[in-house]
Design a protein around this ligand. Sequence first.
Ligand SMILES: *Cc1c(COP(=O)(O)O)cnc(C)c1O
Length: 374
Amino acid sequence: MILHHRLALTPVINAAGTFTPLGVSRSSPTVRAAAAQALGEFLVIEELQQRAGAAIAGWTGAQAGAVAHCVAGAITMAVAAAIAGEDVDAIATLPDAGGRLHRVLLPAGHAVDYGHPITQDIRLAGGVPVPAGDEDGCSVAELEQALASGGIACLLLVSSRLTRGPAIDLAAAVAAAHRHGVPAFIDGAAQDMRLPDLLATGADLVLASGHKYLASPTIGLVAGKGAWVRAFRAQERGIGRAMKPAKEAIVGLLAAIEERRELDLRQWTDLQAHKTAEFVERCARLPGIAARAQPDPSGMPFSRAHLRIDPQAAGIDAAGLVAALADGTPSIRVMTHRLADEELVLELVPLEPAEIEAIIARLEALLAGSPAGC
Ligand SMILES: *Cc1c(COP(=O)(O)O)cnc(C)c1O
């Protein structure tokens, strides 16, 4: 808490997942040390870039890899690659696409807002987002229909809580794009444990945030086909300049990938399952709470705790409880995407046992009829 004191910041217990407004993740001591070391060095950035590309390819099984500042930047650079390719003049002129084709197709339900509209990442490169299907979903046939009227890329998204409508079959969507000679890019920002699955769809580029579950410094990972990674990297001499990865982030990422490759995934998964199950069991004993563990809908290997509030029995409704948790010290932040159903969702992955105890103690204090309640 020393940092919080020095800068007069609010201490936070983050049960809201890899949430950008809360600092996303906590890096391991090894990753922190690697990043700190890089800050004191001059390095040949091109060499670092190549080490990062090779590490991403070796880890994910992709042909090639690259890095950008973050996934938002990587989406823009991927679209730029689709518009300008490796043409030096076109690269230097973006986001003015000149006479070049620039329609980027995406299922309407994938046009999400993750803090800003993802369609703006497309526009920043000079692309024009063209939604396919509608808010209730986009079938492969509807995507195919949109592709028939022309496009330079197809952007698909995988997210546990942002996409709307029934999930589209990614491999079928990628195949449809390829039938029309168009590359498919997948934004799998929080899907770093599923990159081989996403690459197996045949996607040309798969993008992921290093700072989410991989817990590196802020960086965007790109994995995919050699030619598209080359075109992606060519944008570094264009609009990618404003999206460049920091040297400390690249060095931190290399350490994080090394750690991940050594991780006993089975043991990690068991630990997460146990943590969530125990939390759910203890919350279920609190008045007015029905608790359950719910697996991540996008296939990441952990569950979240869903707490359904009965306002009558709890003496407080879900929105009131979220506000009260956030108002205390430390401020406890939870996921609010299920509030309309009177549900709080908590992700425990990065939390220490003492933080989980603090959450339970606060819930006990806030709920009517609890031993510690008022
Ligand atoms: C977090 C997220 C992003 C943004 O990733 P950054 O690396 O923080 O720019 C984009 N898309 C989705 C689906 C996300 O969850």
